[in-house]
Ligand binder design. Sequence first.
Ligand code: HEM
Length: 472
Amino acid sequence: MPRSRPWIAYRDLSHALGDIIHLHVLGQHIVVLGSAQAIYDYLEKRSANTSDRVQSPMVELSGASLNIAFMPYGQWWRRHRRSFWQYFHREAAEGYKTTQQSAAHIFLQELCERPSDLREVIRLNFTAVIMKIGYDIAVQSKDDAYLKIAKDALEGPVEGMVPGRFLVDFLPFLRHIPPWFPFAASQRLWVKWQAAGDRLKNTPFKEVKAKLASGETTQSIVANSLERLSKMGMSSPEEEEIVKNVGAMAFEAGTDTVLSTMLSVFSGMSLHPEVLAKAHAELDEVVGPHRLPDFSDKDSLVYVNAVIKEAMRWHLVLPLGVPHATVADDEFRGYFIPAGTMVIPNTWACMHDPEVYEDPDVFRPERFIRNGKLDRTVQDPMAFIFGYGRRICPGRYFAEAAVFITVACALHVFDITVPLGEDGVPIEVKQGHTDGLISYPEDVRCTIKPRSATAEALIRSHATAARQALNG
Ligand code: HEM
């Protein structure tokens, strides 16, 4: 098992051996699908048999048992997915756009004030949105306790849920070694991760329950779900568990994926001034200097949409998706695939296929545009990066809207350039992506400044109203 950037090693293996590779690692069958066709044929068309997940002890040990993404295919998963979907399907996601827009306006002001804190400002922005819609809890500053709870809870799933990273995946008895044992560093990590997962699941949930018990009016996914259960006389510890998990899942699956996407956009912009100049020109023409972009501008902002597609293609948030697994013995293109085989889609390889995208490592939004419109004949990264079949990301409409409004607003008002040292000389940025289930651009240092005095005034004039709208 390649430990670093496995998506590149798998791509190279696919070139040598074909687009279906079989690995057998300590008793676990693993199939890596290396082309768009193989992924479509197996994970989309044969989704009824390829929507399971291999159950690793790491799900529980990394504090991720609450997350639908790691649940086995079956009734428990289905009940969670149904419950989650009713709040995030296409029309439901429309209902969050006002909140997303307010959060984007606050984001601009935060970034204006702390431009060197890009990662933390983005995290604050998306945590605030999820806390608002999930629990009706206001997260307003970088010192908010919920920001730490969310950040701590993500460490386990991001670092622990990488197939093969921990030996316990293959030697399950290792989980029983007590954390105080010498050399039990992993075991100590697991205790920390599980406690962090429990805090994420229980702390905001208890706050909502207390509000409801005291008769306070509160509107959120968790509050509405609890009230509905109560009205229908269906409250039970099991139903409440699902509500808890749905709230926490929006967090766990939704914050760092969007964070990584945003970092990729900023990184692409700082390294490609010619791209930012074109985005600025389009925003000046469509939106003009006296307002901020909104969702009604989306179709007219062709170049900005292409920038987002290119950022998502260039840097894959989940380069190997989330591995699926087969439910029953199967046959695919003449190969026997036993039940319980882990099926890894090499989404990164599809997005970096030179036959489909010329010079795939180059950041070039123009590849998605023809005659001034988005070119529908070019393979759309959105059909890949959110996964496949019955497991396709149920937060995709919400995620797309969040990324669009935040990127459009940020590009409208900021200049984003390479980082400068204290002597004013540009610092060379290390281009690369981290390992882990979620991958991040490695070095996102850049210089962020308002484009003009008018842009700065625009940022400040919108922030107060946005704070009022978001947090009351
Ligand atoms: C740009 C941002 C995002 C990307 C790239 C992304 C990508 C993915 C991918 C690749 C999967 C696995 C699909 C598969 O198994 O084939 C997934 C699953 C999931 N995502 Fe997202 N996601 C994003 C944002 C979000 C957001 C904002 C939410 C919630 C509000 C969310 C909720 C989920 C959930 C609950 C699952 C588990 C689905 C299941 O296993 O049935 N995601 N996502």
